[in-house]
Each structure stands twice: as structure tokens, then as C-alpha cells.
Design a protein around this ligand. Structure first.
Ligand code: ATP
Ligand code: MG
Length: 460
């Protein structure tokens, strides 16, 4: 008995060790972002972090999961996100949690549970991963990433304008504003929206049988959504539906006029799209999307609007607010070229002693702000080629001679020129190399200024 037991265990172990281990595959719709895509991603986030400071937005870190009620209540039970796209699960304690499908609802929850009313009007920004169970395709994933900006506690149209200027400047600084259009609409106040909704229902009822199955369903649950249906058979009926303009209260009209005047004053180009409705229930007044035709079907890169009713749906006091979110991946895809990796200095040591020296030199150079990499192994020619490929401006070669003399061999990779320098001289030389163009510009500006002053005779 003992022996057969032992034999069985031994043969089982052998079989297991021989069985091919299957590598687990990534979850559908997730991405492992690396290389050029990662450079694009970082560039988008870094630009956002810089611009949001110019506009006085404070950063926040938010939980990736929230009680399901945070989203179900505020986004509206009948919206696509809540009815079809949420990753909801019961945790070990039996609570229903949801991986955040957007930032706004969680930030509104945080606003209430932390008593952030004291900071109103509060300008917040966030970025990070979001989760939606959608059909994955180019520019559409199940885990994707957004930039997010919100102004909570500001009911004036100037808040909408400032927020849109922020979005516009972000796109400009990313160098992608040219191919992107700001489409703007108003959904009016509650009164305007209800009157318009009734008119839409009447119009769609009259054409009920011509609508797609989805839109017939929307007619019951969320008739506004029929307006931005992508089904071809819905388009003529959606396009001939009444505009909101006839139903706007005079307050709603005034508000929209203030937004458009503000945008004009700031030089932000926009076009009216009276069909634009956002997918979530909470929008009021301003609704907008920055769209491009360069990304196929996934053409919306940044979208948002005013959500004056949302905080009440979470049990808070009536609080006006406005915000937007932008897909980081979609912005990254629009960048003309991936930002260059910014290696400045390459060090090529020859031999073990030189490698130790290389480490200490690299350390010193990095502390002065120079990005430095050691190309330590392989044939010298190959290492030099890799340094060039990485975009290094100069290389430092350390061999026995250099160790003996204490001077480093410094090679300008653009000109091929070589000189013996100590570390302090390398630093000086590098700053010259990095900023020589800027310095030349400054020089010629100074020269021009000097001539200007001379010719006007202000100074003798
Ligand atoms: P879409 O109409 O493309 O589904 P949406 O109206 O659902 O967009 P929002 O909830 O307004 O999108 O999100 C704002 C931005 O986030 C979008 O404009 C887009 O850039 C990005 N985004 C939304 N869903 C995804 C996704 N599944 N994958 C990648 N990016 C996304
Ligand atoms: Mg969507």
C-alpha cells in the first residue's frame, strides 16, 4: 500500500513536470502599453499635468472601485454604461462594487463624503484607468485611460468657458488641435429639456415602425439617445427631429449665448451641433465633444458638459458643476510622431575598472540633470551604433588611458570631434550642446534689440 502510493505520487509528479504549462493570456480588451505607445501615453499625461496647473486645477487620486450605487444612480439606470458596460461584482463581504467606468460620479461622491463644499468652487483634475465591458476595437478597450477635469460649485457660464479653454489649450499643446473640431450644443435647463423631450417622443412615435429595434427600445427608456444613433435606418428620422432651440427657456438661451460669446472672446473655434446629446442622463445646458475624422468610428477624443443635477442624485445639495474627460489612448494616437526618447549622454567603458568608473561618472552627470546611459557590453562599434540610435548627443569613452590620465574622452556625436575632458568640463560642454540653439536665438534677439535702441537714439 505504502509503496504503490509512493509510486503513484512519483508518476503524477513526473506527468505534471512534463505537461506543457499554458501561459495565461491577457484579458480581452486590455493593453500592455510599451515602447512608442508608452512614450505617447506619457507625453499626453505630462502635457495635461502641465496645462492643468496653468488653469489652477488641483489633482486628485480616486479609488478605482466604488459602491455600485455611485454609478447606477448618477449615470441613470437606462444608459448604455449602466445597463450594459459596467464591471460589477460582489466582494467577499457581500457588497456590490463596480470598477469605475468614469471619473465624474466618483469625484462627486468624494466631494460629498469629504465635505469638500468648503473649497467651492473647486477645480479638480484626475487621470487613470477606467473599465467598460464594450466590444474591443481600435481606440476602444475594456480597460482604457482618461484625463478628467471638473469644476464643482460654479453655476456661471464663465466656468464652462474656462473649462473649454483648458481643453482647447491642451489639444493645441499636444499639436493635434488642427484636425479636431469642437462641437457644441445646449440641452437647456430642466424645463427646456422636458418640453423638447415631449416633442421628440411625439416625432419618434409617428415614425416608430421605421426605427431600428434598439431605437424603439430607446423610445421607451431614453428617447434623446435616438438623436445620436449610428444605425443608418434611424438617421433620416433623427435628422428630421425637432431642434431644442424652439423649446429653450429664455434663461437657457441666455446661458448658451454667454458660453459662445466667451469662447469667441478667447478665440476658441466651435461649431453648433444641435444633434449632440451626451450618453449620460445628468447633463444640463452645455454639452460638447471634440471630434476628429482621423480615428475612424472612434472619433470623439474629449467630451463633457454641465451636470448641475448629478450631486443631488447622490443625496447632496443642489450643486452646479461642469466637466470633461478625454481618452488618453485616442489622444496618443493623434500625436504626429512619438516623442523622442531624450537620452543625452552615452558612456562606453572598456574593461572592468572602466565600468566601475562609468557608474560613478554616470551618477554624477545624472545628478546635474543630464540623462545618461552606460552601454557596457558587446562590440565597441555596436555599442556606438546603439548610442547613436538612442539619440545621444555625445559619448564618453573610458579606457585604460583615460583611467590613468583622469580625463574622459568626450565625443560630440554630431561632429565626430573628440576631446579629453574632466567631469566638470563635460557638464559645461553638454549644456552648451543642449542649449546652443536657444543661446544663438537669444544672442540675435539681443543684437536686434541693441540696434533698435541705437537707431531710436534712446541710449547714447
Ligand atoms: P463613445 O461614444 O466613443 O463610446 P462615450 O460617450 O462613451 O464615447 P465618454 O464617456 O464621454 O465617452 O468618455 C470620454 C472619452 O473617453 C471619449 O471621448 C473617448 O475618448 C474615451 N473613451 C470612452 N470609452 C472608451 C473606450 N472604451 N476605450 C477607449 N477610450 C474610450
Ligand atoms: Mg461609450
Amino acid at each position: 500500500m505504502e509503496i504503490s502510493h509512493f509510486r503513484f505520487a512519483a508518476s503524477l509528479a513526473k506527468a505534471l513536470s512534463m505537461a506543457k504549462i499554458q501561459t495565461p493570456q491577457p484579458v480581452r480588451g486590455t493593453q500592455d502599453i510599451f515602447g512608442e505607445d508608452q512614450e505617447r501615453f506619457s507625453h499626453v499625461v505630462e502635457t495635461f499635468e502641465r496645462v492643468r496647473r496653468l488653469y489652477g486645477f488641483r489633482g486628485v487620486q480616486m479609488p478605482v472601485f466604488e459602491p455600485t450605487a455611485v454609478f447606477a444612480r448618477s449615470l441613470g439606470e437606462t444608459t448604455d454604461v449602466v445597463s450594459k458596460e459596467m464591471y460589477s461584482f460582489e466582494d467577499r463581504g457581500g457588497d456590490s462594487l463596480t470598477l469605475r467606468p468614469e471619473f465624474t460620479a466618483g469625484i462627486s461622491r468624494a466631494f460629498l463624503t469629504n465635505g469638500w463644499q468648503q473649497h467651492m468652487p473647486l477645480k479638480l483634475s484626475a487621470h487613470g484607468p477606467l473599465f467598460r465591458y464594450e466590444r474591443p476595437q481600435k481606440g476602444r478597450y475594456r480597460q482604457f485611460h482618461q484625463l478628467d477635469a471638473e469644476i464643482i460649485g460654479a453655476g456661471e457660464a464663465t466656468a464652462d468657458v474656462e473649462l473649454l479653454c483648458f481643453a482647447d489649450q491642451l489639444l493645441q499643446e499636444l499639436g493635434i488641435a488642427d484636425g479636431v473640431t469642437l462641437q457644441l450644443n445646449t440641452l437647456g435647463d430642466a424645463e427646456s429639456r422636458d418640453a423638447w423631450r415631449d416633442a421628440l417622443v411625439e416625432h419618434f412615435q409617428a415614425h416608430r415602425m421605421e426605427l431600428s429595434e434598439d431605437s424603439q427600445d430607446r423610445l421607451e427608456r431614453n428617447p434623446l439617445r435616438i438623436l445620436d444613433s449610428k444605425e443608418r435606418q434611424d438617421r433620416p428620422i433623427a435628422d428630421s427631429a425637432p431642434d431644442i432651440d424652439a423649446y429653450l427657456s429664455s434663461e437657457a438661451k441666455d446661458f448658451f449665448a454667454q458660453v459662445t460669446e466667451g469662447l469667441d472672446a478667447c478665440g476658441v473655434a466651435w461649431t453648433r451641433n444641435s444633434r449632440l446629446v451626451r450618453g449620460l442622463d445628468y447633463y444640463r445646458h452645455t454639452a460638447f465633444e471634440f471630434v476628429t475624422d482621423r480615428l475612424g468610428a472612434q472619433g470623439t477624443v474629449l467630451a463633457g458638459g454641465r451636470y448641475d443635477g448629478l450631486i443631488e442624485t447622490l443625496g447632496g445639495p443642489a450643486t452646479p458643476a461642469v466637466g470633461w474627460a478625454a481618452g488618453i489612448e485616442r489622444l496618443g494616437m493623434l500625436l504626429a510622431e512619438a516623442p523622442q526618447a531624450s537620452l543625452e549622454l552615452a558612456i562606453l567603458p572598456m574593461g572592468d575598472d572602466a565600468t566601475v568608473k562609468a557608474l560613478s561618472v554616470a551618477n554624477e552627470l545624472r545628478k546635474t540633470g543630464l540623462s545618461t546611459e552606460i552601454f557596457g557590453s558587446g562590440k565597441f562599434k555596436k555599442r556606438m551604433a546603439r548610442a547613436n540610435q538612442a539619440g545621444a548627443l555625445a559619448a564618453i569613452i573610458i579606457g585604460e588611458d583615460e583611467l590613468a590620465s583622469g580625463k574622459l574622452q568626450f565625443k560630440n556625436l554630431a561632429t565626430g570631434e573628440q576631446t579629453g575632458l574632466d567631469v566638470a568640463e563635460v557638464i559645461e560642454e553638454m549644456w552648451e550642446l543642449k542649449f546652443s540653439d536657444d543661446l544663438d536665438d537669444l544672442d540675435s534677439e539681443l543684437l536686434a534689440l541693441e540696434q533698435d535702441v541705437k537707431s531710436t537714439g534712446d541710449i547714447d
